[in-house]
Design a protein around this ligand. Structure first.
Ligand SMILES: *Cc1c(COP(=O)(O)O)cnc(C)c1O
Length: 833
């Protein structure tokens, strides 16, 4: 079977093309003039009545002009060269704002800033009018956003595929100390960073049944009586830094096929005229606001299949347009599954290749297992997605058959290698028969992929030893590690212009694109003048954060205090509650005059709780109750303050990370896969207090044991303690300070009007076994915090350590991560325009 080659692009002369582009770029108007033009011709206003939002849109149009020719050119160049491409499938892209980032990556930020100044506008001011593109929950979605930035910067031919949610991550407000979720209507105003591409629309089917038709080629499987939803792509440009490459992020939006029934409308049946539209279009309406746990809702499976099917069709259209031989498919296509959310792609690819393109099963399967790779993001078994067989049979009947066939062949293979091991067969089967019949998506992803990776050394080792030990035995060599990273463009250059300027003054520019250059700052740790300048930068960033906190919460804080920062999704395993136990301990010590060193401290929390995660929301409420007691107590509030910064999102993170002195990375060892907040903080000159968990282990290796505050049980110690029978009461009874803190929470000290408010929190710690071992780690944590407070007294020593942290962060650039994926998993090379 060969593909039908429909089009061949006329090969244009390379030098002609680049010359044409050069000329086009030269034709760009000077920025001040471009701004004026856009205000008139795109916005339709004059200077005198333009709002700040008009100016934001004007600036965005102006920057977009500079993207467009590179974007077009990149796409044409990939096509002409018929390069191998990476397709990064992710249900989440937590992008944040684009204006400043695009200007930075294109190298026009200074001109834009100047141009705006000339017409009386400030870039920082107008940039705030851009709503965050918050199409993700937390770390996993932000990782995808850092990855597309790095792939473009490193000239890796890549396309991101995801969903254009009408509503992204909810906007969090705090009312009476409690989280309230508000809809994130980010598309209320025109989104200048997307282009609708109706010509690439495709159809996605749901429901119906399968007919098995005998033909001369064998049995064909026809999916009939299905419903159809239209997938409309919106393309978002992803500019690389210091390169001509602008890659594409294609986000799908669901549209009904029956747009509008005029006949019904004319009869006055207004309801009926839009019937059916509603159901179809809810698919891309809202991001599931859930982190690490899995909700099992049918709409979620619909979302997954919707974007996976559209993306798979798109990938295969592109392939068949320019290639004739199906066996070359894996030489042109590498697909990365960001967690199991898109893992139905394994079955969809088989469906497309076998049912639509009529490849033989075995040939198609070989191609599939050469194209797919899967990234796991969690060790928690409860987070692994499964779907009931009944739901699958209803929604995707053909795919269930395909999964059965994949499973049948897989289990046969396992049985050949491990004859008679029925326990093994049951454990690794794609179908779980132990809790009703359910499809295990992680197993489908593992069987369909050539490589499975964890996201930090420890995590990847634990995957092989625990969660996927059986698979590691069956597929030795399939499991590997690729440690996460963050993009230095957004998380250093853009978030921290003052530190960027200081670094540039001493080591020159270039670290933005090659973070290994940042190690050149290391010798300056011993230079007193540099340390002073470094402290001044930190102080200015803390003042910027303090001003923002005043504006958002009305709480006044002193930028000379130690800023102790824990910002991440609120989850029991991340142990914000352990931090609260320390805060209350400090409060008690200050009240009773038991502190030896007086290090004024501001403890800052930020993060969202999943709307259905009641206990996490209680933790937010407790933080706010504790904050309000401490902040209003004149006996302590010159020494200690507590802030809950509302609505943690990328744009908030860009202000919070540079303002941190102390980075709280205190998850129970063995629970955090990697973490990336830990990397962002250290890169911005915060010292880490943390457990030996996730990428903290590698941060410690890089910065050196003496430049990080490590405390608490290690992963093997956690396992041992649990195996021996952990009893939190032992710690409660033997540590009077700890007992006092827990008793205060339980007795309503912080909730006088409702004394039993936090009974459930006390119950998890004492009566329900303290699953995350807060009590076991409490004493070590307090000791580590005492060391932190003591060291902060010695500002020279503190600065020295902070500078060394910055200098030793090279490993955690997402450019390094992407280079690793490209070389070891995708086998793609950079393609320079
Ligand atoms: C980096 C980042 C995260 C991930 O933080 P962790 O501490 O690794 O959990 C989540 N949300 C936002 C907005 C981020 O920027």
């Amino acid at each position: 079977m060969t593909a039908n080659v429909k089009k061949t692009r006329k090969k244009t002369d390379q030098s002609d093309t680049s010359q044409a582009v050069e000329e086009f770029l030269l034709e760009q108007l000077p920025i001040p003039q471009a701004l004026r033009n856009h205000l008139t011709f795109s916005i339709g206003k004059s200077n005198s009545w333009a709002t700040t939002r008009d100016w934001y849109q004007t600036a965005a149009f102006t920057v977009r002009d500079h993207l467009m020719s590179r974007w077009v050119n990149t796409r044409d160049a990939y096509r002409d060269a018929n390069t191998k491409r990476v397709y990064y499938l992710s249900l989440e892209f937590l992008i944040g704002r684009m204006l400043s980032n695009a200007a930075l990556n294109l190298g026009i930020a200074p001109e834009l800033s100047d141009g705006l100044q000339q017409i009386g506008q400030k870039l920082e001011g107008i940039a705030e009018l851009e709503p965050d593109a918050a199409l993700g929950n937390g770390g996993l979605g932000r990782l995808a956003a850092c990855f597309v930035d790095s792939m473009a910067t490193m000239d890796i031919p890549a396309t991101g595929y995801g969903i254009r949610y009408d509503y992204g991550m909810f906007r969090q407000t705090i009312e009476h100390g409690q989280q309230k979720e508000n809809p994130d209507n980010w598309l209320r105003y025109q989104n200048i960073w997307e282009v609708q591409r109706p010509e690439h629309t495709c159809e996605v089917k749901f429901y119906g049944r399968v007919l098995h038709v005998h033909t001369e080629h064998g049995i064909e499987h026809h999916w009939v009586d299905h419903e159809t939803v239209v997938a409309m792509p919106y393309d978002v440009p992803v500019p690389g830094y210091g390169t001509q490459t602008v890659n594409n992020l294609r986000l799908w939006s669901a549209k009904a096929t029956n747009e509008f029934d005029l006949a019904h409308f004319n009869e006055g049946n207004y309801e009926k005229s839009v019937e059916g539209r509603h159901g179809a279009e809810t698919i891309s309406q809202v991001l599931y606001p859930n982190d690490t746990s899995e909700s099992g809702k049918a709409l979620r499976l619909k979302q997954q299949y919707f974007f996976v099917s559209a993306s798979t069709q798109d990938i295969l259209h592109r392939f068949t347009n320019y290639n004739a031989d199906w066996d070359t498919l894996p030489e042109k296509v590498a697909i990365q599954l960001n967690d199991t959310h898109p893992s139905i792609a394994v079955a969809e690819m088989m469906h497309q290749l076998v049912d639509h393109y009529h490849l033989q099963w075995d040939r198609a399967w070989k191609l599939v297992t050469k194209m797919f790779a899967y990234t796991n993001h969690t060790l928690m078994p409860e987070a692994l997605e499964t779907w009931s067989v009944e739901l699958f049979a209803q929604l995707l009947p053909r795919h269930l058959d395909i999964i059965y066939e994949i499973n049948h062949q897989f289990l046969q293979m396992v049985n050949q290698h491990f004859p008679g091991d029925t326990g093994l067969l049951q454990r690794v089967s794609i179908i779980d028969e132990t809790h009703g019949r359910r499809v295990r998506m992680a197993h489908l992803a593992i069987v369909g992929s050539h490589t499975v990776n964890g996201v930090a050394e420890l995590h990847s080792e634990l995957l092989k030893a625990t969660l996927f030990a059986d698979f590691n035995k069956i597929y030795p060599g399939k499991f590997t590690n690729v440690t996460n990273g963050i993009t230095p463009r957004r998380w250093l250059n853009q978030a921290n212009p003052l530190l960027t300027e200081l670094l540039t003054k001493h080591i020159g520019t270039g670290f933005q694109k090659d973070l290994s250059l940042i190690k050149k700052i290391e010798p300056f740790a011993d230079n007193a003048a540099f340390r002073k300048a470094f402290r001044e930068v930190k102080k200015a960033n803390k003042q910027r954060l303090a001003d923002k906190i005043m504006q958002k919460t009305g709480i006044a804080i002193d930028a000379d205090a130690l800023f102790d920062v824990q910002i991440k999704r609120i989850h029991e395993y991340k142990r914000q509650l352990l931090n609260v136990l320390h805060v209350i301990t400090l409060y008690n010590r200050i009240r009773t005059g038991q502190v030896s060193v007086h290090t004024p401290r501001v403890v800052i929390f930020a993060g969202k709780a999943a709307p259905g995660y009641w206990l996490a929301k209680q933790i937010i409420r407790l933080i706010n109750d504790v904050a309000s007691m401490i902040n209003h107590d004149p006996a302590v509030n010159h020494q200690l303050k507590v802030v809950f910064y509302p609505n943690y999102e990328v744009s908030a993170a860009e202000i919070l990370f540079p303002g941190a002195d102390l980075s709280e990375q205190i998850s129970t060892a063995g629970t955090e896969a990697s973490g990336t907040g830990n990397m962002k903080m250290a890169l911005n000159g915060a010292l880490t207090i943390g457990t030996l968990d996730g990428a903290n282990v590698e941060i410690k290796e890089e910065v050196g044991d003496e430049n990080i505050f490590i405390f608490g049980l290690t992963t093997p110690e956690v396992a041992k303690l649990k195996a021996e029978g952990y009893n939190p009461w032992d710690y409660y009874h033997s540590n009077p300070e700890l007992k006092q803190v827990i008793d205060m929470i339980g007795s309503g000290f912080f909730s006088v009007e409702e004394p039993a408010r936090y009974q459930a929190i006390v119950d998890t710690l004492l009566h329900k076994g303290d699953q995350y071992l807060l009590l076991a780690d409490y004493a070590a944590y307090i000791t580590a915090q005492d060391k932190v407070a003591a060291l902060y007294q010695d500002q020279e020593a503190w600065s020295r350590m902070a500078i060394l942290n910055v200098a030793r962060m090279a490993k955690f650039s997402s450019d390094r991560t992407i280079a690793d994926y490209a070389a070891r998993i995708w086998q793609v090379s950079p393609f320079k325009l």
